[in-house]
Design a protein around this ligand. Structure first.
Ligand code: GLY
Ligand code: MN
Ligand code: MN
Length: 444
């Protein structure tokens, strides 16, 4: 498979830089507390594959559950503390190696590490004298209760002179602003995830055959992802015919019928970094005239949207450009009536295009970061990465003329774009996109 070599891992020093940046934003009378993701049961006694919390991964690179990162700005004996599982030869025999507190310090650049079992003893002392707590309230209710318990322990000491925190702030407010801007090392991981996802899409196109089933196409995606140490970034959507109109379709067990389009929204995750690509191709390898007209319209909408992906443009301009092209095309095709101005004002196009044109992408497929600043659409800046994914969906029961009725056509074209110093760079360009190129690849 023609995929480039995997990049080097993000270096230990970069995690330290990220923590330093956050410590500086939080200032000296604060404390920041962030638990690792809990393990999740899939059924009875089997687990989902463990996935570290993205914020926790961003700040530590530490891959284990049952850990808590505590950042204490200005603490003389070290500002970065980690509570984690102790070494346990017998458990490690069953579940794999653990770093232990010593390993956390030596391998992850943590200043001070303690056994997770000691957290109840130690944390109240760290909270004492700090006025502000940064934490993700409401994300993990079990942990919320623990934190309240620790704060109450400090409050109970008030008559002995203990000062308890009195401001509780959302950690994401600081941290997600950092995560929005991707570093060169992050971009290397993201590029690799994107290249693998592109290769998987190409394999999926060639695995498509009339008379087959959607899961056979999905299997081709997984084969490429796993061959490159990737996992799915989200449940892939492989929907033929009317299934392509179900925006969150994941059953992927329908029939591939001659004459239908197949919508494939599938991204790989590499070392925690997501990719997100959608292509839509004909099951039999040739777009019909009607399918191609709609396909070309979505492609034109994407081109218009991508043209807005430059520094200084408002984020909303990307969506608006796509909507304008789509609405105009729907009028030309007779799927909408009236004038463009009216179609935009009334949002009549939403019958066929009901979602937004993209989202930030990074450690999360729908990544963190504000889309608006002070109520206004945020201006694009170098280092931001987002998807551009217009679509058109004509459900079988849509109220349209006979020509389009009863078929079920879902089309989406999705790429990732990075804002550079002077423009936009598509990260997912390695997979055919225009109708001729897709037909040629499928015929190859
Ligand atoms: N597959 C998720 C998305 O495109 O946003
Ligand atoms: Mn997307
Ligand atoms: Mn997608």
């Amino acid at each position: 498979m023609a995929v480039t070599k995997a990049p080097a891992e993000v270096a230990k020093g970069e995690y330290q830089r990220r923590r330093r940046a956050l410590l500086q934003m939080a200032q000296d009378d604060a404390i920041l507390i962030l638990p690792a993701a809990p393990e999740r049961i899939r059924s009875h006694d089997t687990h989902h594959p463990y996935r570290q919390d993205s914020d926790f991964a961003y700040l530590t690179g530490f891959p284990e559950p049952e850990a808590v990162l505590v950042l204490v700005p200005g603490r003389a004996h070290g500002e970065t503390l980690l509570f984690c599982r102790e070494r346990h030869p017998e458990r490690e025999l069953w579940d794999g190696p653990r770093a232990g507190p010593e390993g956390a310090v030596s391998a992850y650049g943590i200043d001070d590490a303690y056994p997770i079992d000691d957290i109840d003893e130690i944390l109240p002392g760290l909270l004492e004298g700090r006025s502000r707590v940064y934490y993700h309230f409401g994300r993990d209710t079990d942990f919320d209760l623990k934190l309240i318990g620790w704060v109450n322990r400090v409050r109970a000491q008030a008559r002995q002179g203990a000062q308890s925190p009195h401001e509780f702030l959302e950690l994401g407010h600081l941290l997600h602003e950092l995560r929005l801007f991707k570093s060169p090392a992050e971009l290397k991981q993201m590029r690799f995830a994107a290249v693998v996802a592109a290769e998987a899409q190409k394999a999926a196109m060639r695995a498509t055959r009339a008379g087959g089933r959607e899961f056979e196409v999905e299997a081709a995606l997984w084969a490429v992802w796993r061959a490159h140490d990737c996992v799915p970034a989200y449940n892939p959507i492989v929907g033929a015919g009317p299934n392509g109109c179900v925006l969150h379709y994941i059953a992927n067990n329908g029939a591939l019928r001659d004459g239908d389009l197949l919508l494939c929204d599938a991204g790989a995750e590499f070392r925690g970094y997501a990719s997100d690509i959608t292509r839509t191709w004909p099951v039999n390898g040739r777009y019909s005239k009607e399918q191609r007209a709609l396909y070309d319209l979505v492609l034109a909408a994407q081109a218009a949207a991508l043209a807005q992906a430059v520094p200084g443009r408002p984020y909303a301009a990307v969506h608006n450009a796509a909507v304008e092209v789509l609405a105009d095309g729907l009028l030309s095709l007779g799927l909408l009536k009236g004038t463009l101005k009216k179609a935009l004002e009334s949002e009549a196009y939403k019958a066929f295009y009901m979602h937004k044109t993209g989202h930030w992408i990074g450690l999360d497929v729908h990544d963190v970061g504000d889309y608006k600043v002070a109520g206004e659409s945020r201006l694009l800046e170098p280092g931001m990465v987002f998807t551009v994914e217009p679509g058109l969906y004509i459900a079988p029961d849509a109220k349209v003329s006979a020509k389009w009725r009863g078929i079920g056509i879902g089309i989406r074209i999705e790429d990732e774009v990075r804002i550079t110093d002077d423009g936009g760079e598509v990260l997912t360009g390695a997979v055919p996109k225009d109708a001729d190129a897709i037909e040629a690849w499928m015929a190859g």
